[in-house]
Design a protein. Structure first.
Length: 259
């Protein structure tokens, strides 16, 4: 006689067989009548497992359909954003002002640019990036001058300036550049291999220096080309770069999704 456990397995397998949503994937099971000898338990289990596998095979099809739909929607949104950026992008190349003292190093994919020049035997570099965190609040409705209001909401430009004379330690300046002035926020003297002893004295905060010394250091940078007059060009350049990098980023995401 067929045991009650085996009978339940057979009934479960039979139910799965006839509930399959597609005849093409219906499992072929071997049945044993109650009058026959006991069915081998291993064969019953094998048939049941195969039935479960065939039934679960339909689940990935449903998720695959959802994936295709979501991918197509994402591609449409990406293309719309790409078209929007390209529509408002100024096709003209930004011209470097006459007498601009630096060579611009602009590597695609970087969020910063580097200004380089040589001056009286010194190697001067300035790492430039937009200081979006320092953007001022432009919500003052009492301002009547539209130009002043536009300038007030422009993010400042941050500069990390290094002055290298060769074998001696270098000077580093952390600067904030806006439309009105160049602010020196920090200054440090570091060794060439950047292996200064931890805890070494680096001088007081720049704002704590004597006013005459602060002015002299501003003049020191000004002679080397680091002045507030850089703001207009650098702001426009970095704005254009941000648009270029964003467009490239969108296209790279689109290529990835399409593959």
């Amino acid at each position: 006689m067929v045991s009650s456990f085996t009978r339940r397995l057979l009934q479960t397998a039979a139910g799965l067989r006839f509930s399959s949503p597609c005849a093409r994937y219906r499992p072929v099971l071997t049945y044993f009548s109650a009058a026959s000898s006991s069915a081998p338990s291993s064969l019953v289990r094998s048939s049941l497992i195969q039935s479960l596998k065939n039934r679960s095979a339909f689940l990935p099809l449903r998720f695959a359909s959802s994936k295709v739909g979501s991918d197509e929607n994402l591609l449409k949104v990406l293309q719309s954003e790409i078209d929007c950026v390209q529509e408002f992008k100024d096709p003209r190349e930004l011209e470097v002002p006459e007498g601009f003292p630096f060579v611009i190093i602009d590597n695609p994919g970087d969020q910063t640019i580097t200004l380089k020049r040589e001056f009286a035997g010194e190697n001067i570099q300035a790492l430039v990036y937009m200081n979006l965190d320092g953007e001022e609040d432009g919500g003052d409705n009492n301002k009547d001058d539209d130009t002043d209001q536009e300038n007030s909401i422009q993010p400042s430009i941050s500069l990390h300036v290094t002055i290298d004379k060769g074998d001696v330690p270098i000077l580093e300046f952390g600067c904030n550049l806006n439309s009105e002035e160049l602010e020196i926020e920090s200054m440090a003297r570091k060794s060439q291999d950047d292996s200064d002893v931890q805890g070494a004295y680096e001088g007081p905060n720049f704002s704590d220096l004597d006013e005459s010394l602060q002015k002299a250091l501003h003049k020191y940078l000004e002679v080397r080309g680091i002045t507030s007059s850089l703001h207009g060009f650098l702001h426009e350049y970095m704005t254009n770069k941000d648009e270029r990098e964003y467009l490239t980023w969108l296209k790279n995401i689109e290529v990835f999704v399409r593959k």
